[in-house]
Design a binder for this molecule. Structure first.
Ligand code: ZN
Length: 186
């Protein structure tokens, strides 16, 4: 496995790649297993929950998401994992149905470390995609952290950056200068 460099929104050359509309991936493709492994490794190293292929310089329709495990603290202070981490790999994904409402989320991106801003997202989305073998699949009403991450990553595949979706620029700030904790970036 190998770590890949994550492109930055605030770098003029990187941004050109991040703004591309990504091309579909023809499946199956023997090179994809290694690429997917590298993307998970790169994302985990950066403490993110999602990463799209254009963020590592490849303008293809592939993104990965990892929802962290659910941890609960017992009365004696010990922590137990009540739900394991969930990994998702989406090739050629399309949102085919949305809740149509808006939930404001404090959103960050691995391509702009430290920065967050409020973005309106659907509370759930239904997505059609292909798995790594090329099989067509549908995920219905993905919500919560997963639903949000899907919307963020699919934006990347269309060359759309979350910074372009921030309506109130007063919410856009560098949280490394704040004390509060925000959700993991994607
Ligand atoms: Zn991002």
């Amino acid at each position: 496995m190998a770590l890949r460099r994550i492109l930055r929104i605030d770098d003029a050359v990187d941004k050109k790649t991040l703004k591309l509309v990504c091309r579909p991936v023809k499946l199956p493709d023997r090179t994809m297993r290694q690429l997917v492994a590298d993307m998970f490794e790169t994302m985990n190293e950066a403490n993110g929950i999602g990463l799209a292929a254009p963020q590592i310089g490849l303008p293809i329709q592939l993104c990965v998401i990892e929802i962290p495990p659910e941890i609960e603290e017992l009365d004696d202070g010990t922590e137990v994992e009540v739900a394991p981490a969930e990994q998702y790999v989406f090739f050629n994904p399309k949102i085919v149905k949305t809740s149509g409402d808006e939930v404001m989320r404090d959103e960050g991106c691995l391509s702009l470390p430290g920065w967050y801003g409020y973005v309106a997202r659907n509370s759930w989305v239904t997505v059609e995609y292909q798995d790594i073998s090329g099989k067509f699949r549908r995920m219905r009403k993905a919500d919560g952290l997963l639903g949000w991450a899907i919307q963020h990553e699919l934006d990347h595949l269309n060359g759309v950056l979350y910074t372009e979706r921030i309506r109130d620029l007063a919410t856009f700030r560098d949280i490394t200068k704040e004390r509060e904790e925000s959700a993991a970036p994607a």
